[in-house]
Design a protein around this ligand. Sequence first.
Ligand code: NDP
Length: 322
Amino acid sequence: MKAIQVKKVGGPEALELVDIPVPQPKANEALVKVAASGVNFIDVYHREGRYPVALPFVIGQEGAGLVSAVGAEVKSVKVGDRVAWTGIVGSYAEYVAVPEGRLVKVPQGVSEREAAAVMLQGMTAHYLAYTTFPLKRGDTTLIHAAAGGVGLLLVQLAHNVGARVIGTVSTEEKAKLAREAGADEIIFYTQADFEDETKRLTGAKGVDVVYDSVGKTTFEKGLNVLRPRGMMVLFGGSSGAAPSFDPITLTQKGSLFLTRPSLAHYISTRDELEMRASALFEMIAAKKLRLRIEHIYPLQNAQQAHRDLEGRKTTGKLLLIP
Ligand code: NDP
């Protein structure tokens, strides 16, 4: 089968198209013929070695497709079922073997591409908005990279519960998309000081929660725009890792809360995985959550997909089609 492998960590050129044997499913695994693989920023961290993975490895950790074989102990899925997953490294490939406990069935009304697009970024937006800091009507939130993959979904969820959303973006095109998703205010954080702008927009009151996936260039100032006892949710480092940090800063800036969450810990039980995936699938089927899947590449163009993602050229979701 065709797959994208990393033999040596590095830039996008480290993504190599290879021909390798189709994986053999273990007793508890299903073999899935991949219809679409999701591209995520975490793939960049894996490719660069920022989050180390044993070499060589087939990169990618999200997708959807059709079950083509099952191991001897598998009970919950059968050949021909439409399924989706996340957190399984090896997903930029024609086939992937996934433990049955990590698969969710894709319901009618949701396409495989939509399912592949929502497993990682959608469940992330879901836990951020509903669990890490459960947003409610009247809350004000600052969402960085509001037109990104997670960003556009998180803006919609926040808007739908009635929160006031301030979004940061780098371009006019991204601003338009974030507004369409429900952002009430936009800050061009590459041109204006987002700290000053957020204070102005909130009448110096500050926001209840900052969702920060940008990290290095935004984290420290983000702490200055929170209301007393507000929460900083640092969930990524698209611009690089946030600087190291002394906890006394939280006291000085108003008894703030800081968390650095990861999706894995919010879908670690079967119940939680199913709850989040089915909530998202229902929202998609009911058209309450709009997906923007504009960047679709053939599998062999994975290098280009990474260049575009890192180069801030993309909005919404990137998919690879084997
Ligand atoms: P995005 O689509 O959000 O792409 C990254 C965006 O970050 C860019 O489009 C850009 O938007 C912004 N950005 C700001 N500075 C930089 C920079 N120096 N280089 C590149 N991009 C920059 O990606 P994803 O939705 O896939 O992921 C977003 C973030 O969320 C990542 O950091 C990822 O690791 C994290 N994440 C964390 C999870 C968790 O559970 N902790 C789960 C899923 C994702 P603009 O041009 O508007 O500034």
